[in-house]
Write a protein that binds this ligand. Structure first.
Ligand code: NAD
Length: 359
């Protein structure tokens, strides 16, 4: 079966890791027709456009994309492409598997966690009121009238909406993912003891959804305790589902447990489209040097292959990545015990080694 996949080249190190990932996915032998498109700082410089509408339309048509990192321009008035794509395509679930691979330097060798982060609500909804504005003064008066509590006049305010609808779909997503991927447990993470009407609602809805998935264990943890437990006994946890802000923080914590940004894949998934991307950014200082680690985007390609039900190809590619990383010979500088190791290979050569392992 032919799969149409959008490949967004990105900027900074984006094009280098994108091409490495594309070659590795192609080497699985799957019939993939790539729609290669540009977005990001380089395009902005040439054309004045950061994210052409045509790119969004291509993703809508293909339904699946691999996206290389894109710089968030500072002070140009442009919003982050990443946030924009999540919003316009309603990619409400951020999926971050964090897994130990032999050969990756880390304090742990037994990490196998999947973080499912809600992507559209919470303090990231973008509803904010600036200190000193007329709006914030009016809001403070209204809040004081409604709640009877006082807020300092020199406050800025960010609103934290959490809905039944948003929570239901993210918790369902976590359970469906657990079921489809043979996982045993979902843990909902919250601060319901303090924020009763936002996190409390998240927990209540999560418990309700959990009742429909009797084959998967369910539990909940308060977010601060969760962080400590993840550091002390990560092996007790499996799939975590969290509102947006805690999800952002805990997914980086889990990526750190598994060995850091170079090996952390991810996906943003909605009901109609899915965009697969590395956790790391565009690392502009390494642009064009054929130096950085392509593993995170290649592993995002593995997630993409699973998403399109090409499980055999996904397993083959993941095994090849794991083999190359474990051998530690044809790996980039960041994976060598000494970062100045002259035997480190480039981005493209590491991809070559992964491809060679699949033959
Ligand atoms: P970054 O992840 O780009 O880089 C931080 C450092 O991590 C780099 O200097 C490098 O030392 C290391 N690093 C990152 N990726 C690596 C790789 N593949 N191999 C080896 N080392 C790697 O983070 P930043 O500097 O904070 O962000 C740079 C730009 O990227 C910003 O504009 C930011 O907004 C953007 N960004 C984009 C995405 C995305 O497109 N999804 C994600 C995060 C950051």
């Amino acid at each position: 079966m032919t799969h149409h996949i959008t490949l967004i080249l990105g900027d900074g190190i984006g094009p280098e890791v994108a091409r490495a990932a594309r070659r590795c996915v192609d080497a699985t032998g799957e019939d993939i027709k790539w729609d290669e498109v540009e977005a990001g700082a380089d395009l902005l410089e040439r054309t004045g456009v950061l994210l052409p509408d045509a790119v969004v339309e291509t993703i809508r048509r293909d339904k699946v994309a691999i996206k290389a990192p894109i710089t968030t321009p500072v002070g140009t008035g442009f919003r982050s492409v990443n946030v924009h794509l999540r919003k316009v395509l309603d990619l409400y679930a951020c999926l971050r598997p964090c897994k130990s691979y032999k050969g990756v330097r880390s304090r742990y060798d037994n990490i196998d966690l999947v973080v499912v982060r809600e992507n559209t609500e919470d303090l990231y909804a973008g509803v904010e009121f600036e200190k000193g504005s007329d709006d914030v003064a009016e809001l403070i008066r209204t809040i004081e009238k409604l709640s009877g509590s006082t807020i300092r006049k020199d406050s800025g305010i960010s609103i934290k909406p959490i809905s039944v609808t948003g929570t239901r779909r993210i918790v369902r997503f976590a359970f469906e993912y657990a079921r489809a991927n043979g996982r045993r447990k979902v843990t909902a993470v919250h601060k319901a003891n303090i924020m009763k009407f936002s996190d409390g609602l998240f927990l209540e809805v999560a418990r309700e959804v959990a009742k429909k998935y009797t084959d998967i264990e369910f539990e909940d943890r308060i977010v601060d305790n969760m962080c400590m437990q993840l550091v002390q006994k990560p092996e007790l946890y499996d799939v975590l589902v969290l509102p947006n802000l805690y999800g952002d923080i805990v997914s980086d914590l889990c990526a750190g447990l598994a060995g850091g940004l170079g090996v952390a894949p991810g996906a943003n998934i909605g009901d109609n489209c899915a965009v697969f991307e590395a956790t790391h950014g565009s690392a502009p200082k390494y642009k064009g040097m054929n130096k950085v680690n392509p593993t995170a985007l290649i592993l995002s390609g593995v997630l993409m292959l699973r998403h399109i039900n090409e499980t055999g190809a996904a397993d083959r590619l993941e095994r090849a990545v794991a083999g190359v990383v474990a051998e530690g010979k044809y790996v980039t500088y960041d994976m060598k015990p000494n970062r100045d190791d002259p035997t480190a290979v480039g981005t493209s050569e590491m991809a070559d080694a992964i491809i060679a392992r699949m033959k």
